[in-house]
Every structure is written in structure tokens, then in C-alpha cells.
Design a protein around this ligand. Sequence first.
Ligand SMILES: NC(=O)c1ccc[n+]([C@@H]2O[C@H](COP(=O)([O-])OP(=O)(O)OC[C@H]3O[C@@H](n4cnc5c(N)ncnc54)[C@H](OP(=O)(O)O)[C@@H]3O)[C@@H](O)[C@H]2O)c1
Length: 296
Amino acid sequence: MAPFIIDGKGIAERIQEELKPRIAYLSAKNFQPGLAVVLVGDNPASQVYVRNKEKACAKLGIASFKYHLPGDVKPEEIFDLVEQLNQDTRIHGILVQLPLPPQILEKEVLYRISPDKDVDGFHPYNLGRLMIGDPIFLPCTPWGVQELLLRSQIEVEGKNVVIVGRSNIVGKPLAMILVQKAKGANATVSICHTRTPNLLEHTRRADILVAACGVPEMIKGDMVREGVVVVDVGINKVGDRLVGDVEFESVSRRASFITPVPGGVGPMTIAMLMANTVKAAERFYTRQTGEFCPGA
Ligand SMILES: NC(=O)c1ccc[n+]([C@@H]2O[C@H](COP(=O)([O-])OP(=O)(O)OC[C@H]3O[C@@H](n4cnc5c(N)ncnc54)[C@H](OP(=O)(O)O)[C@@H]3O)[C@@H](O)[C@H]2O)c1
């Protein structure tokens, strides 16, 4: 039977719709959420991601502030910019588009972002809060994966979730989200990586398989069991085609649910970024006025 194709684009649009009343509430108080996006260099993929984030802000009435720095920028210049954005009261979320050029240590920049404005959820403070099950800002892509599953009525509790990839921005935080004692979680999670012997043994026993390895179409049909739920986080340009980390055709013959690329996890990442920005703005508003925000 053909699998159910999870409509990430549609789900992401609904999430953004749900943010509108929260933004309108703030707007009625003459307060507009603001997101700063820092782009360094001329990486074409990063430029597309930044443009999509700006478009999403414009659609929702979130102010976006773009800072485009040259690829040969000195680390101190980025540090100064981040500090300036931390102090700027128009800005409630700061996003530094990754990857950064080699002369800049990513963690040196990410650790300087105020945890209150860390809408990407990459600051150790926010990752620590996630780990102990008391999160404020969840990293957008893994949170998007959880929301996709929740809103597709796919039960995660008690399931064997196998994640291929252990990056700090996708694999590890996703494992941490899905293993929590919480709604949309309570899974038994395994994380696989390049040092995992017998990857097949792991992928074949997955009830839910998440591919986040950055290798185009690496997960093939014979690596999964019948009825598996497959979430493909990958975005790879192969020639003029955009493909995931999953070979869609062969895997979809066995899967019960599968996310497409494009139109799966990608739009969710942006929707969750918007959700984090609105939350950051609400928290800022409450801190400043002492007034509770109903959506927060
Ligand atoms: N949809 C979105 O919004 C979104 C957001 C972020 C990323 N992405 C995409 O998601 C994918 C993963 O991104 P990332 O930043 O997490 O990638 P990454 O930092 O390159 O990490 C890739 C991970 O996959 C593992 N891996 C690579 N080849 C493997 C293999 N043959 N067998 C087992 N494990 C393997 C690596 O293992 P080691 O640790 O051992 O090297 C590493 O942990 C990419 O395609 C990226 O473009 C999409």
C-alpha cells in the first residue's frame, strides 16, 4: 500500500496561522516581535534559508532585521554585532545562519547570544534546560520533527525511534526531545553515526526512523521494515534536484508514513523559528511590563 505522505508544508502553515492571534495581541499593545538574522558570506543555500525566514516574518507581521557580513569578517566584529543585538530592545530573537566561515568558531558566536533571545535553541543554557525536561526554546528542526509526528497522530510513546545522525543541531537534541517524560515523547531512542557498526540492524528495527546524516538518499528500502514511519530531515542538492537523506522511492514502498523533500521537515523548521520568536517576544513583553501574555 502507498504510504501516507506527511504534508509538512500544510502543517507548518497551520502552526503559523496559530501564531497570528498571539502576534495580534502584542500588536494591540503597540509591541511588535522582532527577529535579527545574521548572514555571513555568500553561501547560496544560506541565502535561500535567510530569504525564507524573512518572508515568513513579513507574512506574520514580525519585524526582521538582516545583517549581512562579508565572508572574511573578523570574529570580533561578529561578537560586537551579537552584543549589540543582545541589547537592542526591538529584537527578541537572534539567529546566526550556519555554517560560518572557517575563521569563526561557531560556538564562540552561539554562546554569546543571550539565552533569552536564543530562538534557534543552540545555547548551552537552552540545551541544558531541554536535557532536564524543562525547556524554554527548543532547537527548531528537531522540534519541527516532533510536531510533525504529533500533528500526524503518530504515537511516539513506547516506540523504537532510530535517529541516523548525532549533530548538535538535529540528531542529539531530537533524541533528547523524544526521550523526555512528556507528551509527544516517551520513546526509546537510539542514535546512530559513522562509528555505528551494523547500521542496518538498527534501522531495520526502527518503528520511527529519522534520517539526519547529510548523505543524499543514503537510507534505502532494504534498510527499513514494513510499516515504518520515516522522517527525512536531509536537504541535499544533487545536480539540479533537491533530495533528502532517504531514497524516497524504495523506502516509500515499505513505509506507512513518510515525509517528502521538499515539503517535509524544511517548512517546519521555519514555522518553529517563528513560534520561538513569538515566545521570546512574549517573554520580553512580560518582563518589561509585568503583564502576562495569554499565548505564552
Ligand atoms: N530540514 C531542515 O530544516 C534542516 C535543518 C538542518 C539540517 N538539515 C539537513 O539534515 C541533514 C543533517 O544535518 P546536520 O547538520 O545534522 O549534519 P551533520 O552535522 O553533517 O551531521 C551528520 C551526522 O550524520 C552522521 N553520518 C554521516 N554519514 C553517516 C553514515 N554513513 N552512517 C551513519 N551516520 C552517518 C554523522 O556521523 P559522525 O558524527 O560520526 O560524523 C553525523 O553525526 C543534512 O542533509 C542537512 O542539510 C535540514
